[in-house]
Write a protein that binds this ligand. Structure first.
Ligand SMILES: C[S@@+](CC[C@H](N)C(=O)[O-])C[C@H]1O[C@@H](n2cnc3c(N)ncnc32)[C@H](O)[C@@H]1O
Length: 194
């Protein structure tokens, strides 16, 4: 990600936490869920690079946590024959993702759930993709360690997991950085002790 794009996502992250004024805004807030991350879609070339870095293959079960319009799992299903689940808190994104899956002809291999990613069960994943915020990645880490099997790959667009969980690989593409980790038995044992 260019510095400018990363700054925009971080700024949007701060701005969308500030309440807008007026009765219409209040009604809108009551209808819409409080998102932990604003919607910013990943560019198609970065999507391709994320799938490549994660070594997605036919039959893999992939989750995109905070899936937006579903583009990552839809591409994984269409280009690699993976099975995908997209999770997003925003019902508008879920409706878009379902429509996009239909358009791409992969609705039998992907599903989309309106849910909070921080409370979701993704324990059967072979691959997990993320495009969240640094603070949300940190909050998610214990869940990744606890739920995911040893050997599960994780890729994250632009944000890492903090200095004490360095990525095993990093790729730069189109001004974006992509990080990859693989869950190990040691991490799972440590998570079990906590
Ligand atoms: C930066 S966008 C990434 C979209 C997609 N993964 C992509 O890379 O194109 C983050 C997404 O996370 C969703 N989101 C934010 N907070 C969430 C939460 N607590 N649970 C599930 N989804 C959430 C937003 O609605 C948004 O679609």
């Amino acid at each position: 990600m260019s510095l400018c794009r990363m700054a925009s996502l971080l700024l949007l992250g701060v701005l969308h936490l500030l309440p807008a004024a007026g009765p219409a805004a209040a009604a809108d807030r009551a209808r819409r869920p409080m998102l932990d991350v604003p919607y910013v879609p990943t560019d198609p070339e970065v999507v391709q690079a994320m799938l490549k870095l994660a070594e997605v293959k036919s039959g893999d079960r992939m989750y995109d946590l905070g899936c937006g319009d579903g583009r990552i799992v839809i591409t994984a299903a269409k280009a690699y024959g993976a099975r995908g689940t997209g999770i997003d808190l925003d019902p508008e994104r879920i409706a878009e993702a379902k429509e996009n899956a239909k358009q791409a002809g992969v609705q039998d291999r992907v599903n989309f759930l309106q849910a909070d990613l921080l409370k979701a069960d993704f324990s059967d994943a072979d691959v997990v993709s993320l495009y969240l915020l640094p603070s949300v990645n940190l909050e998610l880490r214990p869940q990744l360690w606890k739920q995911l099997r040893s050997g599960t790959r994780i890729v994250s667009h632009d944000f890492d997991m903090g200095p004490d969980w360095p990525p095993e690989k990093t790729v730069e593409v189109g001004g974006s950085t992509i990080y990859r980790w693989t869950i190990t038995e040691r991490q799972k044992q440590r998570a079990r002790r906590k």
